[in-house]
Design a protein around this ligand. Sequence first.
Ligand code: SF4
Ligand code: SF4
Length: 170
Amino acid sequence: MMNKKTDLNMQFSDEEWEKLCDHCGICCLYKIEDYHTAEYLYTRIACPFLDIESGNCKSYLERFQKMPTCAKISADTLEISYIWMPRHCAYRCLYEKRPLPQWHPLFDPEDKLANAQLLSKITALVIPENHIDICSKEQLLSLRESAIQMNTRKKMEKQLIDHVIRDLII
Ligand code: SF4
Ligand code: SF4
């Protein structure tokens, strides 16, 4: 039997893998790990390279050089990283074998035909009943709109703690 990592590695080309991202930008918000509970909390503080309007990285091709803490999301790293990705994220959905949210761009009627092959690969990997409540696209957009960029003049830890997202929708 194949493991999750092998499943994903074998299924998607690089181009398809990139298309799984809906550009919510949520994974580019700083997070805090509770040392005692190992729980991850999101904050509203965004990486300086996140374009808050589009949800895209302003330095995508050079992101690992410019931001040493930027993490690569690949089938090989998901085993470690899925836990701090938002629950709606297609990479986490696939890792947990859950269907993608219905508002994911791959379901856009205009692109649906072009994405049919990719959608059928995804469908083959997920368990239809294995779903949990996922926030709406509007909630995610509103979260991104409320994000603020790190203020380098203030203490980083204080900014993160002041901006923890307590009503966790992700
Ligand atoms: S959380 Fe997932 S869908 Fe959102 S930007 Fe990050 S990788 Fe893309
Ligand atoms: S450098 Fe990494 S964490 Fe920062 S915006 Fe780009 S992809 Fe996101």
